[in-house]
Write a protein that binds this ligand. Structure first.
Ligand code: MN
Ligand code: MN
Length: 465
C-alpha cells in the first residue's frame, strides 16, 4: 500500500486491531496476574451466595465496612451491603456530592445451573436420584455425562442455615446419565433441544443399599443417612433448601498459548469480578461516588427481591443520598451505569448465526453494546448516541481496548441484561461486557485480554470525572 493511501485510510476509516497488537509487555503481565486472581474467584464462587461471600471477603480485605443506615459518610469511605446473601452493593464515596450523580457498574453473579426441586430425593431401580429444575436458559444436552457438584444451603425451622458442599476436591462427584449410542437411534432423530427432556435431568446419587434384602427404598435411605450424618438434615428439610448442581470442573487456562480461560460461570462473574476488582483497586478517591452492583436472578429475568428489579438497590442508594441530604431522583438523573454483562463472541464454527462486521471478536477488548434485545431490539435498553460517545471518550482516555458489537444476526435471536432496569430508574445506561464462546454452557470460554480490558473499562468508568 502506498504511503498516500495509508494516510488517507487512517484519516477516515476504522482500523480495528487485535488487542495483542496494542498491548505492551507490562500490561500483559498485569493481565496474567489479574486472570490468576479471577480464576480463584470463579473456583471459590460457584453459586451466587458463594460469589457474594467471596466479594465481601475481598472487599473487607481492602477496607470496606458494612453499611449501617444513618452512618456518616465522607469522601473516600468504602461501604457495602449484602442483599439476603445473594447480591452485593458496594460504594466508594466520591469527592463530589451525590447530587452530581454517581458512576455505577451493574453485573450479575447468578449463573445457569440445575436447582434441586423441593421434593428431590427418590429411588428408582435400586439407584437414588435428585430431581432438578433447571435455572436460566441452558442447553440441556450439555449437562449430561459431566462431573457435577452440589452447593447451597438448607435452612432449618429453628433458623439455622446449613452450608452444603458436596463433590469438592477429592470427594465423590455426581452425574446425569445419557443413553448409549447403540440404543440412541430414536433419541438422535429429535431436535437438539428436545432430545434431553428437563425431567430426565436427574442427579445420580448412589447405588448401595442398606438394611435387609426385600425392604423398599434401601438406597434412598442410605443416601439420606449419609446426608444426615454430614449435615444433620432430614428429607423434610429439602423443603426449605436452595441446593444448586454446578459443574465440578475448575477454571483453567485453555490453549497452547494459555490465552483463554475455560470455566463454569463466566456469565456473568467475569464482569462481576472485573467490576468488583476495579472498585477495590481505586487508589485515589474518585470524583463521583463509585457504585458496584452485583445482582442475583438476571438469568431468570431479574425478578424477585434479590434481582435488579428489586427496590434493594434503590434503598441502598437512597440511604447513601440521605446521608448527604440529596434526593435519590436527583442523583439518578445525573448518574451513569455501565451494565456489565457478557456478550457472544464470534465463533467461526457457527459463523452463520453471526454478522461478522458487528460481532464481538475474541481479543478485541470489552464489547460495548448500544442495545441488546432480540429481533428488532425487542426487550432492549437502547443507549442513546451521546451515551456511547461518552463511554468511547472515557475508555479511550484510559487506553481501554474496546469494540462495539451486537449479539448475533438480526433475525437469529438475542438476549437481555439488567441494563433496562437501570435505565428504567432514569439512570443513563450502556451495556458492555466480555465476549464469551459457548455462553451458558457448563464450561464457557473467554479471552484473558478481554477479561482484563473489562476490568480496565470498569475502572475508567469509576474514575471518570
Ligand atoms: Mn449474563
Ligand atoms: Mn446469561
Amino acid at each position: 500500500m502506498s504511503e498516500e493511501m495509508k494516510s488517507r485510510k487512517e484519516k477516515v476509516l476504522c482500523t480495528a486491531k487485535n488487542g495483542y497488537d496494542r498491548m505492551d509487555a507490562s500490561e500483559m503481565q498485569a493481565m496474567e496476574e489479574y486472570c490468576r486472581v479471577y480464576k480463584d474467584f470463579l473456583n471459590n464462587g460457584k453459586t451466587e451466595r458463594l460469589c457474594a461471600r467471596e466479594a465481601v471477603k475481598l472487599a473487607e480485605a481492602k477496607g470496606f465496612v458494612p453499611y449501617r443506615r444513618g452512618m456518616a459518610l465522607k469522601a473516600g469511605d468504602k461501604v457495602y451491603t449484602v442483599n439476603r446473601g445473594k447480591g452485593v452493593m458496594l460504594a466508594v464515596i466520591g469527592r463530589k456530592s451525590l447530587a452530581e450523580g454517581c458512576q455505577i457498574t451493574a453485573s450479575h453473579i447468578d449463573s445457569p445451573r440445575l436447582d434441586l426441586k423441593p421434593t428431590p430425593l427418590y429411588e428408582d431401580s435400586e439407584m437414588a436420584y435428585f430431581k432438578t429444575h433447571y435455572y436460566g436458559c441452558i442447553r440441556k444436552y450439555q449437562w449430561v455425562t459431566i462431573p457435577l457438584e452440589l452447593r447451597g444451603v438448607v435452612a432449618l425451622k429453628d433458623g439455622t442455615v446449613v452450608d452444603v458442599a458436596l463433590g469438592e476436591g477429592d470427594e465423590p462427584k455426581f452425574v446425569i446419565t445419557d443413553l448409549l449410542p447403540h440404543l440412541g437411534g430414536e433419541q438422535g432423530k429429535k431436535p437438539l433441544n428436545e432430545a434431553i427432556p428437563g425431567e430426565s435431568l436427574n442427579i445420580l446419587l448412589g447405588s448401595r443399599p442398606v438394611g435387609e434384602c426385600g425392604e423398599s427404598d434401601r438406597v434412598k435411605l442410605h443416601v439420606m443417612e449419609k446426608l444426615n450424618e454430614k449435615y444433620g438434615i432430614t428429607e423434610a428439610d429439602f423443603t426449605s433448601a436452595e441446593l444448586e448442581v454446578v459443574p465440578a470442573a475448575m477454571a483453567t487456562d485453555i490453549g497452547l498459548d494459555a490465552s483463554l480461560i475455560g470455566s463454569y460461570g463466566h456469565d456473568d462473574r467475569v464482569c462481576g469480578f472485573a467490576a468488583l476488582k476495579a472498585l477495590l483497586d481505586l487508589d485515589t478517591v474518585p470524583a463521583k461516588t463509585a457504585v458496584c452492583m452485583l445482582a442475583d436472578k438476571e438469568e431468570v429475568g431479574s425478578m424477585g427481591v434479590t434481582g435488579m428489579q428489586s427496590a434493594a438497590f434503590d434503598t441502598f442508594m437512597e440511604d447513601l443520598c440521605e446521608s448527604q441530604g440529596v434526593a435519590l431522583r436527583v442523583c439518578y438523573e445525573k448518574a451513569f451505569c455501565l451494565s456489565t454483562d457478557v456478550t457472544a463472541a464470534f465463533d467461526p464454527a457457527f459463523a452463520d448465526v453471526y454478522e461478522k462486521r458487528n460481532s464481538a471478536l475474541v481479543n478485541y477488548g470489552i464489547g460495548l453494546c448500544k442495545y441488546t434485545g432480540a429481533r428488532g431490539k425487542g426487550g432492549s435498553s437502547d443507549a442513546n448516541a451521546e451515551t456511547v460517545a461518552y463511554v468511547r471518550r472515557v475508555m479511550d482516555d484510559k487506553n481501554v481496548i474496546w469494540q462495539i458489537a451486537e449479539l448475533g444476526k438480526v433475525d437469529a435471536g438475542g438476549g437481555g441484561t439488567v441494563a433496562q432496569y437501570m435505565a428504567n430508574r432514569n439512570i443513563t445506561t450502556l451495556d458492555a461486557g466480555v465476549p464469551v464462546l459457548s455462553m451458558h454452557a457448563p464450561f464457557e470460554v473467554v479471552s484473558k485480554l478481554d477479561c482484563y480490558m473489562t476490568y480496565k473499562g470498569c475502572k475508567a468508568i469509576y474514575e471518570a470525572e
